[in-house]
Design a protein around this ligand. Structure first.
Ligand code: SAH
Length: 231
């Protein structure tokens, strides 16, 4: 019977070295039913949503709900956005390899990881220091070496790496921060929820053509508020 023990030992070793992605099927279903069926069609976005292991971006107690059709708490009063919203925001900026993208509101790091699957460089700013640090560690562990995380007030963007091909803001602002518009490349796109905190906001697409700005309302959304240092 000794060989059974050895077999079990080898199996345990293999499981340790190559942890199974037990949520692959749930994730494929999430993409199919919550995202593709609702009209998201960009191939790169769908592939990224299929690849990123969302369950590793939520607190352990919420892991089994990671592929549900809604936002989830991530601590500090913040949330990881609903998968469909992440997909819409990713698709609308038309991400491509070669792109440099700025995200405001790192949170869990999930949206940054989705972007990092597609574009070359992601810069992300988080105002809650602890969340920023957790996200940084998580992204590093998962091998997303093309994401840089900074703690700070994202109102000012991240000027030293700009201008950006696209900007994604994942907290609701009452108006579009001018420094972000400034850090957008001509031809660039920004997606941002605008409106009163705690009420329904509008997801806006901001397009910069030359020095002109065009804004388009997309659809109603609900995001956590954009806070300022000292709030
Ligand atoms: N993109 C995140 C969702 C985060 S929720 C994800 O994929 O998990 C919004 C985040 O924006 C929160 O973590 C909140 O702390 C952060 N935030 C709010 N105001 C901010 C500001 N002024 N600058 C940077 N981050 C901010």
């Amino acid at each position: 019977m000794k060989w059974i023990g050895s077999l079990a030992f080898l199996l345990a070793l293999a499981t340790e070295a190559f942890p199974q992605d037990t949520y692959r099927e749930e994730r494929a279903n999430m993409v199919k039913y919550q995202i593709e069926n609702r009209g998201v069609s960009d191939k790169a976005t769908l592939a990224a949503m299929r690849n990123v292991q969302r369950h590793l971006f939520v607190p352990e107690s919420y892991r089994r709900q990671a592929y549900n059709d809604g936002p989830l708490p991530i601590g500090y009063g913040q949330t990881i956005s609903q998968p469909y919203i992440v997909a819409c925001m990713t698709e609308v900026i038309e991400p491509k390899s070669g792109f440099k993208v700025l995200e405001i509101g790192t949170g869990s790091g999930y949206q940054a990881a989705v972007l990092a699957e597609i574009v070359d460089e992601v810069y992300t700013v988080e105002i809650v220091k602890e969340l920023g640090e957790q996200a940084k560690g998580r992204l590093k562990k998962l091998g997303y070496s093309n994401v840089q995380v900074k703690a700070g007030d994202g109102y000012y963007g991240w000027e030293e790496h700009g201008p950006y091909d696209a900007i994604i803001v994942t907290a609701a602002t009452e108006y579009i921060p001018p420094p972000l518009v400034k850090q957008l490349k001509p031809g660039g796109k920004m997606v941002i929820p605008v409106g009163s905190p705690f009420l329904v906001q509008t997801l806006m697409l901001v397009e910069k053509t030359g020095n002109k700005i065009k804004t388009t309302s997309l659809f109603p959304v609900r995001f956590v508020p954009f806070t300022r240092e000292g709030d």
